[in-house]
Design a protein around this ligand. Sequence first.
Ligand code: 0T9
Length: 369
Amino acid sequence: LWLLCVWIRSSWTSFLKSIASFSGDLSSMTAPPFILSPVSLTEFPAYWCEYPDLFAAIADGKTEEHRALAVLRWFISTLKGQYTSRNESMGSEKKPLNPVLGELFYGTWPSTNTTLLVEQVSHHPPITAYRIANQAKGLVLTGHNAQKTSFSAGSIIVKQIGHATLVVDLPSGEKEEYLITLPRLRIDGLWYGSPYIELAETSYIQGSNGWLSTIEYKGKGYFSGKSHTFKAILKPPTSDHKTEVIEGTWHTTSKTSSGMTFHDVSPPKEEVTVKSIEEQTEWESRKLWGAVAKGIREGDFESASREKSRIENEQRQRRKDEAAASTPWQLKHFKHIESDPTYERLGKLFKANPPTEDAYIFLDNAPPA
Ligand code: 0T9
């Protein structure tokens, strides 16, 4: 046991050293086995809907204010899953599997008839595009994710690139849109070999109705002294409504300034439902990574790494063949656009930085259920 500890320690220390001297794409870096997760990043967009009722409730808001509050409540309620669930299920934050170009992940939340579709739209740098829809409620969330990582004061700093747009079809036939930006992450606890995420800085939710949520994130040692603290300010477009202030910790509960509970993520979440591996196609994440995931779960890192190399070599060969035949890889469900008009229009209202971003437009070709 002593020997094992010494070995883990030295492989972890040399891993940390390689992170520290590294800038750019952490996802492609080799990490020691004990920090590997058997789950691919293409599964992460499912975190957006683990409380599908809160998502559906957005459509039930009778006024602009009610809907803006419902969007904020749903958004805050996703953070626990997005940023702490690996700690809960695996004991610490872990390095996810780095998706291959064209990797797919499909799922549903049967309780509310909500569907999830994810496609890895770039491998280098890794970019994941997703769409979540509740058709009956007239709700569609579309977004993409990438990360820029750096190392500072012993922590990994992750700047999230990308954004999401939520479109709400109102009974009047009008469409209401919300632009959602993403918080900055700090990965702490690295020296102890048990990494966890803290959120930092500010993210925004800007509605086309003018309502703007500004969400500020703080960790331990800042004003409240508690980890995972946030303060959200929901500002109305005109002075005939009042500004709402919500404070709390995003992994537990929060309250409005009048003391009412605003969000509470203690009820059980509904994990996404996915077809069995036998029913999946070769490009679907759990099928594609099946052997690697099995190796990681069973502690058979030799076969995990062998299978991972096989997948990576196949990918390299595919890219070579495409280059030789001048037939670049075609995305299946999305079309890339250089600048997103929704981001530009809504981003202007709160001086979003950067003023423009690219996006992936859904091609409206979800596979039959
Ligand atoms: C979008 C989310 C994102 C993806 C992950 C930084 C990270 C990859 C991106 C931002 C989701 O909506 C939310 C949650 C967790 C984020 C991951 C945490 C993480 O550590 C990885 C990076 C690439 C690493 O694996 C770093 C190496 C490792 C030693 C740290 C555990």
